[in-house]
Ligand binder design. Structure first.
Ligand code: SF4
Length: 503
């Protein structure tokens, strides 16, 4: 639930969260221009994300700004009922900020963004907001891929890497302070990655930083209340050299940028005494050319190293041993599909027996638990392919009794800028039946979690849609059943955005 104004419970929680935070460096000096950086989901989810923390920190370090944070919910379980959103640091309502930034990772959070604007006393439609209202500027992975469904709600978007041009945007906001909105937006025009939906015909290309040298690689805040509790988040590599056909990062996440191990270690050594836990964030961790040395150095520094996910093809025994040496006992891999045919179709082929070889090494290294990610409803998939996922998991559970296997099996959602952007998403009925096949074939041998098929098709609508999808955001954000089945009109739109019919 977004926080209710003046509820002492909310204030107590706010203080509890602030008191528990540890900064990895000095606090930024306050500037004259009040801004708030919002994450339209829980504090817990936001603070587990490096992107949100880095963009907030960049705004906070700009000499002209005092940047606070706001969240859809301070409690770990958001509901659809929204109260007045207030900032974490000072408890001030939205309207007292001159600029409200949103950083968004997932399309479903568009509903929370809408709810936050309404609850904050702002007209969610940019064209109907008043002259003195804050500027609403939206960025993050999901709108960078496709801002259009959010276009009616944004004054401006920033599409791409904050390191590339977010500082320029802040400079212009600072020196145009007090000018009419139209003049300020006109000044923002021309900054790479800035999209003004009221003026521009179509979004520009996302702006990408060529190199991340000299930019922070770690999160400024460590907190026990984040998804990765009491952990410093560290990004050794951004982008991915592979191009799996469904994957946004691999196809539109920008070039692969590798951070220097000495610079990474310097940042971590500064957190000595604050935490022992380091989480390596990124999609291609095992493709970092110095990852073994980095992980071993972290282990030698007494750090417990966790990794978001490891690539089955590029992971090495040395890397697994290094992570195990740090004390870590769980890992995540994403085979995505269980048959050679589907893995080849996805663009993630694996040599015969490679997954088993990696799991064997994982067990020998001392790991106790492994999570595996699979997709169902993939283009070209048959019932037998889905069944093979369950059968493979069951076989792996038998073959590696020392490992506690867990699976996350989720519906394929087409994303813009990927080779499969125009591949139709499976119908809810097909997704349900494929997920049921997986579960049947597992025979209870492996714990499995799945995403709701309805949520997946809504996500597809918001991932591919144009401005007409904004109506779905508004309607669903105000509904007691925001994830209900697509209406006939929504189905029709989704078919239009895709190649044709939903299967
Ligand atoms: S799925 Fe993983 S390996 Fe494939 S492109 Fe995406 S990030 Fe890279």
């Amino acid at each position: 639930m977004v926080q209710k104004a003046k509820t002492s419970g909310w204030d107590l929680r706010r203080r509890e969260l602030l008191d528990a935070e540890k900064r990895t460096g000095p606090s930024p000096a306050p500037g004259p221009y009040p801004a708030v950086v919002c994450y339209p989901n829980t504090y817990r989810a936001a603070m587990a994300g490096l992107g949100f923390q880095l963009v907030w920190d960049e705004a906070a370090r700009h000499p002209s700004f005092t940047a606070e944070r706001a969240f859809y919910s301070l409690s770990d379980k958001p509901t659809v009922k929204a109260g007045m959103p207030r900032s974490l640091e000072s408890g001030k309502p939205f309207r007292s900020f001159e600029t409200v930034f949103f950083s968004i990772q997932y399309e479903l959070d568009y509903l929370n963004l809408y709810r936050m604007l309404v609850a904050g006393g702002l007209n969610p439609r940019a064209a109907e907001r008043r002259a003195g209202d804050p500027l609403i500027i939206i960025g993050g992975i999901a709108p960078t891929a496709n801002p259009e469904p959010l276009s009616p709600f944004a004054d401006a978007f920033f599409l791409g890497d904050g390191e590339a041009a977010f500082g320029d945007l802040l400079d212009i906001l600072a020196w145009t302070r007090g000018a009419p909105k139209a003049e300020r937006l006109a000044e923002l025009r021309g900054i790479p990655g800035v999209y003004l939906p009221a003026l521009d015909e179509e979004p520009p290309a996302a702006v990408r930083a060529k190199s991340l040298d000299g930019f922070p690689a770690s999160a400024p805040i460590i907190t026990p209340h984040a998804g990765f509790g009491d952990t410093v988040l560290l990004e050794p590599i951004r982008g991915c050299p592979r191009e799996c056909r469904f994957c946004l990062i691999g196809n539109a996440g920008g070039p692969v940028r590798i951070r220097r191990p000495d610079a990474l270690l310097d940042e971590i050594y500064k957190t000595r005494g604050l935490t022992k836990k380091v989480s390596l964030i990124g999609s291609a961790i095992s493709d970092h050319p110095s990852i073994d040395e980095l992980v071993n150095a972290l282990a030698d520094d007494g750090r417990l190293v966790s990794v978001s996910s490891l690539n089955i093809r590029s992971v090495t025994e040395d890397l697994l041993n290094g992570i195990a040496k740090s004390g870590q006992r769980s890992l995540t891999f994403a085979p995505e599909a269980a048959t050679d045919r589907m893995r080849a179709a996805v663009g993630k082929p694996l040599p015969d027996g490679r997954l088993e070889e990696v799991l064997g090494t994982t067990a020998d290294a001392g790991f106790r638990s492994v999570k595996l990610y699979y997709l169902v409803g993939l283009p070209g998939e048959t019932d037998a392919d889905a069944e093979a996922v369950g059968a493979k998991l069951r076989t792996l559970a038998d073959e590696f009794p020392a490992l506690r296997l867990e699976a996350s099996v989720n519906p394929f959602v087409p994303k813009r800028w990927t080779p499969w952007a125009k591949k139709p998403i499976a119908t809810v009925k097909v997704i349900r039946s494929r997920l049921a096949s997986v579960r049947r074939a597992i025979k209870g041998r492996v714990r499995v979690s799945t995403e709701s098929p309805n949520v997946a098709v809504i996500q597809a609508l918001l991932s591919l849609g144009d401005r007409r999808a904004a109506e779905s955001i508004a309607r669903r954000a105000g509904s007691a059943r925001p994830h209900s089945r697509l209406t006939g009109e929504e189905k029709h739109l989704l078919e239009e955005f895709g190649e044709g019919e939903t299967r």
